[in-house]
Write a protein of this length. Sequence first.
Length: 142
Amino acid sequence: MTITAILALLPMVFGMGFGLAGDLPRVRSIVIEDQIIIRVPVRPEPPPNIEWIEHKGPKCIHSSDIRGAFLSGNDQVDFVMDGRRLLRAELDETCPALDFYAGFYLTSDDGKICVKRDSIRSRMGGTCGIDKFRRLEPKRRN
């Protein structure tokens, strides 16, 4: 990574780009040397009275459809997508326990995030590959 690319990332690293105090952080993207870098904020988990049913997911998703994410396990990140859809990214087996609580970055050359190709990067520098996507449907627990 060149010094120009590092300097361009400084506002993202120091948390600039958040809205007003009452606003939720939003997904932000920046293009550096033909590569798209997407900063995804982590939101609080949904209420525990909902059970999630997993279904086969897509091979790729458009980065512009991502609205946020929350952590659902040590090796899973759930993406909040456009239209309030949820997709679970299952991370590869070699993924170390990373700190995604402060948010994370996705990088893409073509605006898509694909399994077995792209990875999630923690704000501390660790990287985990995306093994597969699973589509989630809510089922209310009794």
